[in-house]
Design a protein around this ligand. Structure first.
Ligand SMILES: CCCCCCCCCC/C=C\CCCCCCCCCC(=O)SCCNC(=O)CCNC(=O)[C@H](O)C(C)(C)COP(=O)(O)OP(=O)(O)OC[C@H]1O[C@@H](n2cnc3c(N)ncnc32)[C@H](O)[C@@H]1OP(=O)(O)O
Ligand SMILES: Cc1cc2nc3c(=O)[nH]c(=O)nc-3n(C[C@H](O)[C@H](O)[C@H](O)COP(=O)(O)OP(=O)(O)OC[C@H]3O[C@@H](n4cnc5c(N)ncnc54)[C@H](O)[C@@H]3O)c2cc1C
Length: 666
């Protein structure tokens, strides 16, 4: 934190107004004091390393230089992380990623190694395979990625074209990329960083296709880093964001790997080519479920970054007068600005709470699977799909809203909002495209509705369908509990409508699949409504639990945030509530007043609330959002770093402009 003397006076005043203990909220937000202190200790180590500090801002480097700089920093970070783990305790993934951003600025080329390669060995490997690869992967003696998506297919995994054909004579798999579209395309780190991959390929034994399986494949020599024979590997080039993720392509030509390199925790291939089917073929997709769950947490963190920048800037920035002859006001005092920004703070808390709940459900399912029980797998898949879809999409929209709320300066790269948007919007697509995942959940919801009609017992997350089958005669109440019930009625109503739409098309003679496609806009709306009902319910119940042990000041702000989130979404979806619940026009008028009251209650705590996210200036890396609020000074200082400002006259003047002007005179 900057010294009090240098802090912008508006921010000083805002912090004096704060009515709650900022540190206490940080501990709650981060899941406990021990996590915060751990992160802070690690940050102090990382950000004191001189080699991690930029001489030239990353954005002025070429694509190649940025990659090289990110690898250099990623190696230092990995060493620091390992040393820290040995000395203190193994750091949690949130801390590693958050602190990593502060050094690398964008995505680490090791993200897929740390985020999917290791997790897949752990989740899909037999104990022997884990014993062989885990220590090497953890020590980074081998560096890997998760290579699934191809040029031709990302979503439809059964359509992947890479083949792994078992050769019973040599007890090897032979990997091939038979077409251009079968080339792997996108995996992070694949371009020029990794030497190993987990490859998703169609398994063939004696001419019979057994579907998608995962294989450990070495693609580069560990000494020379040259691609191994039969491997065609490279980088895919610049993208909207994720510039330093080193996404790559990969093709195979008769690449042989030993039988033991198929990940065999679930399905197995024996020496003689016998195929042994596991408990559930979808367990092969297990790493994706874990990452979808983690993306809910990522969404909370990315919004916290954007909200911190935009709220601090809105406190420092003065523009226009509310009344003639009065000074220009802090833009944070405009109600429309509060409407844009306070929902960002509330959403971050909503997603963080939901992540805690979802991760617990994930751990329970993993434990059950270990005992051969898979009853809750479909529910977890459905929840992780719709929550990943909704949270990533909301995070991209909210980050963009925060950027727009900063006016012109939000468009500056030095605000960091463009790079944060690049991160947020990528997550809408990767790890399962948004619409596709909503439709996965819709499959589950259609089955759940059918079961509800048949009077069967439903899984907890859809048990609200039973209530909605009974006629709802209760009059509306403007309480959070009741509004949450209203969201459940909306979800149930949309699920029912989508169900009937499919039935109508089937009755009219359509195949079920065509009927599904014809109803799919309704299906994704049903899935979205289900997500919103879950988010509001979990956030509301989770906040009650958190508040029960909090000080009155913190409990009050948590209550304001959860109420704001619920009322905001009630007003955003008011048409749906009018259609599917008993809300009246009068109730809506009351909700509007309530919303404005909540904005007013949050206003004095706005800066305190973003301070409580406790995101260091190194991580924010923003001219607009730093703790001290020296916005204008920083904008000018950063501009002065432009290479174009290092000389009074650029050579292009003599080369092009001057001759051009001379010709123009004639
Ligand atoms: C030094 C600094 C270091 C810093 C870093 C360190 C940090 C480390 C920590 C990291 C922490 C977090 C990690 C975050 C990493 C983020 C980066 C990720 C980058 C992106 C990676 C990728 O994108 S990988 C590729 C992802 N690809 C996809 O998601 C593909 C999407 N498609 C599918 O999943 C499937 O094909 C499909 C679900 C869409 C359809 O599958 P399929 O056609 O086979 O199935 P059906 O539709 O026929 O359904 C059949 C039934 O199966 C059920 N089903 C489907 N999937 C699952 C599943 N996963 N689990 C359970 N059940 C499943 C489906 O519902 C059907 O059921 P029924 O209806 O009952 O028939
Ligand atoms: C930044 C980034 C990093 C990535 N990293 C990795 C990685 O490390 N490893 C890896 O393997 N992959 C990675 N990917 C790939 C990513 O997982 C896929 O791009 C993603 O799963 C979407 O698949 P797709 O590109 O095939 O989209 P498509 O499926 O082609 O989607 C195009 C459009 O078609 C629609 N569509 C497709 N199918 C259906 C359907 N059944 N019903 C309705 N609409 C449909 C979609 O909604 C979308 O609008 C990464 C992608 C990005 C952007």
């Amino acid at each position: 934190m900057a010294s009090a003397l240098k802090v912008n006076k508006d921010l000083v005043r805002e912090r004096q107004k704060c009515t709650f203990d900022v540190k206490e909220l940080t501990y709650i937000w981060e899941g406990g004091r021990e996590f915060t202190e751990e992160r802070q200790r690690y940050e102090n180590i990382v950000y004191s390393v001189k080699e991690l500090q930029d001489e030239v801002p990353e954005l002025y480097l070429s694509h190649k230089e940025r990659y090289e700089s990110s690898i250099r920093k990623a190696c230092i970070l990995q060493r620091l992380q390992n040393e820290y783990g040995k000395k203190h305790k193994v750091l949690n993934t949130r801390t590693i990623r958050l602190v990593g951003y502060g050094a690398i600025r964008d995505i680490s080329p090791f993200l897929l190694h740390n985020g999917m390669f290791i997790q897949t060995i752990e989740g899909q490997g037999t104990p022997e395979q884990q014993a062989e690869w885990m220590p090497k992967a953890q020590a980074m003696q081998i560096i890997g990625t998760y290579a699934q998506t191809e040029l031709g297919h990302g979503t439809f995994l059964r359509g992947l074209e890479t083949t792994a054909t078992y050769d019973v004579k040599t007890e090897e798999f032979i990997l091939n990329s038979p077409t251009l579209t079968s080339h792997k395309w996108w995996p992070g780190g694949l371009g020029t960083t990794v030497n190993h991959c987990i490859v998703a390929a169609q398994l063939y034994i004696n001419g019979k296709k057994h579907g998608i399986h995962l294989f450990m494949v070495q693609i580069r020599d560990l000494e020379t880093h040259m691609p191994l024979p039969g491997i065609n590997v490279g980088e895919i080039g610049p993208k909207l964001g994720f510039q330093t993720a080193n996404n790559g392509f990969l093709g195979f030509k008769n690449v042989r790997i030993p039988r033991k390199n198929m990940l065999m925790k679930n399905n197995q291939v024996l020496n003689d080519g016998t195929y042994v089917k596991g408990m559930n073929e979808k367990l092969t997709y297990g790493t994706m479920v874990l990452v979808r769950v983690s993306i809910v947490s990522d969404a909370a963190n990315v919004i916290a970054r954007a909200a911190t920048i935009a709220v601090r800037y809105a406190a420092v920035r003065h523009q226009s007068q509310l009344k003639a002859n009065e000074p220009e006001v802090q833009i944070l005092d405009y109600l429309t600005q509060q409407h844009k920004l306070f929902i960002a703070i509330a959403t971050s808390h909503a997603f963080s709470t939901t992540y805690g709940w979802l991760y617990k459900a994930y751990l329970q399912v993993v434990e059950d699977l270990g005992k051969g029980k898979q009853d809750h797998l479909p529910e977890l898949h459905a929840l992780s799909c719709c929550l990943k879809a909704t949270c990533s999409r909301d995070s991209a929209a909210i980050v963009e809203q925060c950027r727009l709320a900063c006016g012109g300066h939000g468009y500056m790269a030095s605000s960091s909002l463009p790079i944060v948007y690049g991160l947020a919007t990528a997550s809408v697509t990767y790890e399962g495209e948004h619409t596709v995942l909503l439709l996965q959940t819709a499959r589950y919801l259609m089955k759940a509705w059918q079961m509800a009609l048949q009077g069967k017992v439903l899984a907890p997350s859809v048990s609200y369908l039973v209530d909605s089958l009974k006629s709802n005669k209760q009059s509306w109440q403007n309480t959070p509990e009741f509004i949450v019930k209203g969201f459940q009625h909306v979800a149930a109503g949309k699920i029912k409508d989508a169900f009937h739409a499919i039935q109508k098309h089937v009755k009219a003679g359509k195949d079920y699949e065509d009927a599904w496609n014809l109803a799919s806009v309704q299906l994704i709306k049903a899935s979205e409504a289900h997500s919103r009902a879950i988010l509001c319910d979990v956030f509301w119940r989770g906040t009650i639990i958190k508040s029960s042990t909090a000080s009155p000041g913190v409990a009050a702000v948590l209550d304001h945030l959860v109420q704001l989130y619920i009322v905001y979404w009630a007003l955003e979806t008011v048409g749906d509530l009018l259609l599917y619940s008993n809300i009246t026009k009068e109730d809506i008028a009351v909700l509007k007043v309530k919303y404005e009251e909540l904005l007013a209650l949050i206003r004095p705590n706005a800066v305190g609330l973003v301070d409580a996210f406790d995101i260091r200036d190194e991580v924010l890396n923003s001219t607009l959002g730093s703790y001290d609020g020296r916005v204008y000074e920083r904008l000018m200082e950063e501009a002065m770093k432009s290479p174009l400002n290092q000389e009074p006259v650029n050579q292009s003047f003599h080369k092009y402009l001057k001759p051009f002007m001379k010709r123009a005179k004639l």
